[in-house]
Ligand binder design. Structure first.
Ligand code: GDP
Ligand code: MN
Length: 384
């Protein structure tokens, strides 16, 4: 889950990384007031989850607070289009930040190197522009530093890498400290990417993160409820965003048979069975272990937010999950909302007998096996 620049900077500042002062707003008058607090010398930056905002006209420097306000007014509601994001994104908020004087622009990032299964720190003297461009034109200008998973990084290793990247002496010591903080922030916040571009050196010789991009590993969002709550609908599928807010593992797949299961393996298996039966899965949804009635209901709601859904397959193998709890959830869903599509349930395992009893005599179609359930839902949904 990508965080906005202002959120990324707050996160990094909390780990001791120097960032320019600034405040986020969706209002032009407020932008003027914030700009005044910084003496009018500010940079106004569109808070959209895409790269290349500068080139797209979403970042502008000012020396007058009223002008910063006027630009904010112009920017809010506007669609920004960049090379990385050709379909564009609507600006809802801007960051009004203290404008720093920049003598040099460097690049820093921390990410997972899938080839070595280790964290890697990337350092370059060629900041400011897109790193892909640097990688293409001048690959030697990017220094990669592997982070040993057991021992982490030692100061001398970081210093050697910073020197290899030809970062001038005035900035080198500060950069070593910044890299240590970025790696700590990465681990502690369960990030999957931290990128500082530009990492700016001021004429006075101070190193500061002028831009920041942090992305949090979505599988760790349960540990970061505050971020989960701010999941940005504009960046992703709205149903997936809602699922993230509810703490439900849901991936939209574009088909028309809604699938709920417990455990990722069983859900994937159900998807395969639906395909084998001639259907097209609308989603991957793992209700999780120990699913309570309320949660099952919430999952059914989520699936029905997708207008394409023609039928729902519920496949539960009760271990920790009690099938009677699941059955109660299904019944609660039926009672509290209008479900106009067929629902097939296959429930097996702990308290399955009690669960099935609860479902008897309802609109629900039951099935004894996964294969049978898949065939039944495909037949019912497509009217075959
Ligand atoms: P991006 O284009 O989305 O990556 O947005 P950035 O935050 O990186 O801003 C783009 C460019 O604007 C940077 O590379 C800088 O050159 C410039 N910029 C951003 N903030 C400041 C600032 O505070 N002072 C100065 N002088 N330039 C800035
Ligand atoms: Mn940038």
């Amino acid at each position: 889950m990508k965080l906005h620049e202002y959120q990324s900077k707050d996160l990094l500042a909390a780990h001791g990384v120097p960032v320019p002062g600034g405040k986020v707003t969706a209002n032009a008058e407020e932008a003027t007031e914030i700009a005044k607090e910084f003496g009018g010398k500010v940079v106004v930056k569109a808070q959209v989850l895409m790269g290349g905002r500068g080139k797209a006209g979403g970042v502008k420097l000012f020396s007058d607070a009223a002008e910063a306000g006027a630009f904010t007014k112009e920017l809010i509601g506007k669609k920004l289009v960049s090379i990385q994001n050709p379909q564009g994104m609507i600006v809802e908020k801007v960051l009004v930040a203290e404008q720093i004087d920049i003598a040099e622009e460097y690049y820093l990032s921390v990410l997972m190197d899938r080839a070595t299964s280790q964290l890697v720190v990337m350092i370059s003297k060629e900041g400011g522009m897109e790193i892909e461009e640097v990688a293409e034109k001048n690959p030697d200008a990017i220094v990669k530093l592997q982070v040993d998973p057991a021992f982490g990084l030692s100061d001398f290793e970081i210093r050697a890498a910073v020197n290899q990247a030809k970062i001038p002496a005035v900035a080198a010591g500060q950069m070593v400290q910044m890299i240590k903080k970025l790696v700590a922030a990465y681990k502690q916040s369960d990030a999957d990417l931290i990128e500082i571009n530009p990492c700016a050196l001021t004429p006075e010789g101070k190193l500061i993160a002028a831009d920041a991009k942090v992305s949090i590993d979505e599988n760790a969002l349960f540990r970061h409820k505050d971020y989960a709550a701010t999941a940005d609908d504009s960046a992703e599928d709205p149903i997936e965003a809602e699922a993230a807010r509810r703490g439900i593992a849901y991936v939209r797949l574009g088909g028309d048979i809604g699938i709920i299961g417990n455990g990722a393996g069983l859900v994937m298996c159900s998807m395969d069975e639906v395909k084998a039966a001639g259907g097209s899965p609308a989603d991957f949804l793992d209700v999780g272990g120990g699913a309570q009635a309320e949660r099952v209901k919430s999952c059914v709601e989520l699936i029905l937010m997708d207008d394409n859904v023609k039928g729902i397959l519920i496949n539960i193998f009760g271990g920790i999950t009690r099938c009677d709890e699941v059955a109660k959830g299904i019944l609660a869903a039926f009672e509290s909302m209008e479900i106009n599509v067929p629902v097939v349930a296959r429930i097996e395992g702990t308290a399955a007998e009690e669960g099935r009893k609860l479902l008897e005599g309802t609109k629900l179609i039951t099935a004894a096996s996964m294969q049978e359930a898949a065939q039944k839902i495909v037949a019912a949904a497509y009217g075959k």
